[in-house]
Design a protein around this ligand. Structure first.
Ligand code: FEO
Length: 393
């Protein structure tokens, strides 16, 4: 028989999800350098037992075994779904088949989203709304609608007796390390990277969600990815800043270079900015982990794109990077686009056009033919000084 570690995170509240130590990609988009976890929680009241969220495909039997080590899955009373994305909702059918009397509980939006992915036993669905309570006997589950974090149906569940908040993806981190936040010294960079990848495009909804929970007494935050926070302020503080779009005096440079011309330009602007006291983070898109780029987008005040022209448009990797910047909707206020070409330009204009919806002020752009001359690099320096000046104000 397999043995599992089942942390009791509070009295009769157990973490029964799974760690995915070797997964290296999420959504066919997001690199996972350190794996992830799919956290699921079993809450045992005096009369009834509830499971909050489930696990990714492939981990159903681990979830079943863990539940049966501390309870009896067949007698489960409620399955709560905070979020319909399959990394948490995948085992809904599996659990409802094993627990024939369990009711499936979520919001109306939740049911509608879950139906897109799963065949649900309609007679066992119980719809709840924000503010509703579910009594387990000595433990109450209170539901808080927190939509668009990052799907339309997202909700939080709060357990007032134990002061535990279950916010699903919100406050999450893709790492399989540790159980509690204090186990991981460098946790916040993981959480920041996750915020940039998943929540940042919905930052305004994040502000609303924080407003909804600001008066709750929270002792433990139990998200659906990564460690459980027994020090809630460790993640609450950064989330207040990130959702508000607070930026640092920092410029993020993402670039591609084929024959060093664009590289000379971005190096020149990096040196200029550093000399002016601006923090600089620079990523070559040909070899970088885009999760690192997402992390730096969270609080960079300026974004510099370096893009050579290939076959009449941006180098495909620069196009990908620029599109990603636009999609993640970072709070940066200023932009610069630099690039080079051999016989026909176009990359710089194309990059600017992609960035238009972000409402960033494009402080300067420069496109050179062939290698950047000394005069070209002087012009880059000038753009850098102007950018540094604007970033201070
Ligand atoms: Fe972790 Fe949006 O699912």
């Amino acid at each position: 028989m397999k043995t599992y570690n089942i942390p009791e995170i509070s009295n009769n509240v157990f973490s029964v999800g799974a760690k995915d130590l070797t997964r290296r990609m999420f959504d066919a988009l997001i690199p996972l350098p350190d794996g992830t976890s799919y956290n699921s929680y079993l809450v045992k009241g005096e009369q009834r037992t509830a499971l909050i969220d489930t696990v990714n495909p492939g981990f159903e039997e681990e979830l079943e075994a863990k539940i049966n080590m501390i309870s009896d899955l067949e007698k489960l009373d409620y399955l709560i779904m905070n979020h319909a994305e399959p990394d948490h909702s995948n085992a809904i059918r599996f659990i409802l088949e094993k627990a024939p009397n369990a009711l499936f509980i979520t919001t109306e939006k939740g049911v509608n989203m879950a139906r897109l992915y799963h065949e649900l036993p309609e007679a066992r669905i119980k719809i709840v709304a924000g503010g509703d309570n579910l009594d387990l006997g000595g433990k109450t589950l209170r539901f808080i609608e927190a939509p668009w974090l990052h799907w339309p149906e997202t909700m939080f569940t709060y357990l007032p007796e134990d002061k535990v908040l279950f916010p699903c993806d919100f406050f999450g981190a893709h790492t399989a390390q540790g159980i509690y936040d204090e186990d991981i010294e460098d946790l916040i960079p993981f959480a920041k990277r996750y915020y940039g990848e998943i929540i940042m495009p919905f930052g305004k909804m994040g502000v609303k969600a924080l407003e909804k929970i600001k008066n709750l007494d929270i002792k433990i935050i139990a998200p659906s990815h990564g460690p459980i926070y027994t020090n809630p302020n460790r993640i609450m503080g950064p989330y207040v800043k990130w959702t508000a779009g607070e930026t640092e005096n920092k410029a993020l440079i993402v670039y591609v270079s084929m024959w060093r011309s664009t590289l000379d330009m971005v190096r020149t602007i990096a040196e200029t900015l550093l000399k002016e006291g601006v923090d600089v983070k620079m990523y070559d898109l040909a070899i970088s982990d885009i999760g690192d780029v997402a992390r730096e987008l969270v609080d960079s005040r300026a974004i510099i794109i370096g893009a050579p022209t290939v076959l009449g448009g941006m180098h495909p990797l620069a196009l990908y990077g620029t599109y990603l910047v636009k999609a993640l909707n970072p709070p940066a206020k200023y932009g610069v686009v630099l690039g080079s070409f051999g016989w026909g330009g176009g990359a710089v204009k194309q990059a600017e056009e992609i960035l238009i919806p972000l409402k960033m002020e494009v402080v300067g752009n420069l496109q050179v033919r062939g290698r950047a001359s000394d005069e070209d690099l002087k012009n880059v320096e000038k753009i850098g000084r102007e950018l540094a000046q604007k970033m201070k104000t």
